[in-house]
Ligand binder design. Structure first.
Ligand code: SF4
Length: 327
């Protein structure tokens, strides 16, 4: 997909190590998952991403605060002129880590609904209260904080309550991510929100924005945008450096560089940072199969029966895995 809001995102998952093992984790991270990329690989990759036109480093995980070289990673991005965001579960905050996060432009704390919903998905009683404490500690320290929340089936009716809590804790942004059945979350496919829930969530977020002055974002695109702006979604005719037309570009903790979404099928990958530098991978990548996939997905979504809001990246990810012609 082309740039959104003029920003081009280089999304890095430096480690899959995490304090939690959430039911809905798309990267299947956890306390015993040691996969991690050395800073000697990621530092140069960030600089090369900036040269390719990426202007935001988004660090996700696993839990980025457990990555020992997070400070060096953030500084590499800042030195290259990029903005930075870090997504955290908010459970591992120490004074030293909060000081580190003061160097970040936006910290996103994951809060998955109200307390019973959050604690169930996170598999950890008390984790909701600890995450909200984390939001408060960060905002009190002057760190700009957004909250990322997962939307499950029937979860839209509770968005108002979530918004009340996160606004009171000082968050500036509420981002709603519809649950996708990826990674560990494949077992939760029955909990994915349908078209009605997505539409309800959009209405609810409009109300929340007006009432709380919170910036809000729903990770779904209106069908009308899809129809109106085909080239943005299919990258048809796009030229120039990757950062000008492909966002996000994703680095997984095993070194794989993939377009658009963590877990994208490897047939469309640029390659591995463990084999070659990012600049080489970008120069030798043939984007034609990826563009064909985007065009086919666009045709299916706009030609079929869909709701008014579409989770474009989720559809694209599933399409990347489909085996054409397999028996
Ligand atoms: S969803 Fe986030 S907090 Fe939960 S296991 Fe995955 S990386 Fe960790």
């Amino acid at each position: 997909m082309a740039q959104v809001g003029g920003r081009s995102v280089f999304q890095v998952h430096p480690t899959r190590l995490c304090t939690l093992r959430c039911l809905h984790c798309y990267s299947s991270s956890g306390p015993d998952v040691a996969e991690s990329l050395p800073i000697g690989v990621l530092g140069p990759a960030v600089r090369e991403a900036a040269a390719l036109g990426y202007d935001v480093l988004s660090v996700s995980g696993g839990e980025p605060l457990l990555y020992p070289e997070l400070r060096a990673l953030v500084r590499a991005a800042r030195d290259a002129g990029m903005r930075t965001t870090v997504t955290t579960n908010g459970l591992s905050l120490t004074p030293r880590r909060i000081a580190l996060l003061r160097e970040v432009d936006l910290v996103a704390v994951s809060v998955d609904g109200v307390q019973p919903d959050h604690d169930r998905l996170r598999g950890e009683p008390g984790s909701h209260d600890r995450a909200m404490t984390g939001v408060r500690r960060l905002t009190e320290a002057g760190v700009p904080v957004g909250v990322v929340t997962t939307l499950t089936k029937n979860g839209a009716t509770r968005l108002g309550e979530v918004a009340d809590q996160v606004a009171a804790a000082g968050a500036l942004l509420l981002q709603v991510r519809p649950l996708e059945a990826e990674g560990a979350a494949r077992r939760l496919s029955a909990e994915r929100p349908g078209p009605v829930e997505l539409a309800y969530a959009a209405v609810e977020l409009g109300r929340v924005a007006a009432e709380h002055g919170l910036a809000v974002q729903l990770d779904a695109v209106p069908r009308t945008s899809l129809l109106r702006d085909r080239a943005s979604f299919t990258a048809e005719g796009a030229t120039g450096d990757l950062g000008a037309w492909l966002t996000p570009l994703v680095v997984e903790a095993n070194g794989a560089v993939v377009p658009s979404v963590h877990g994208f099928d490897r047939r469309y990958a640029l390659g591995s940072l463990l084999d070659r530098p990012l600049a080489d991978l970008a120069a030798s990548w043939d984007p034609a199969p990826y563009r064909d996939l985007c065009a086919r997905t666009w045709e299916q979504l706009t030609g079929g029966r869909t709701g008014p809001l579409i989770t474009w990246y989720g559809h694209l990810l599933r399409a990347s895995r489909a085996r054409v012609g397999c028996p």
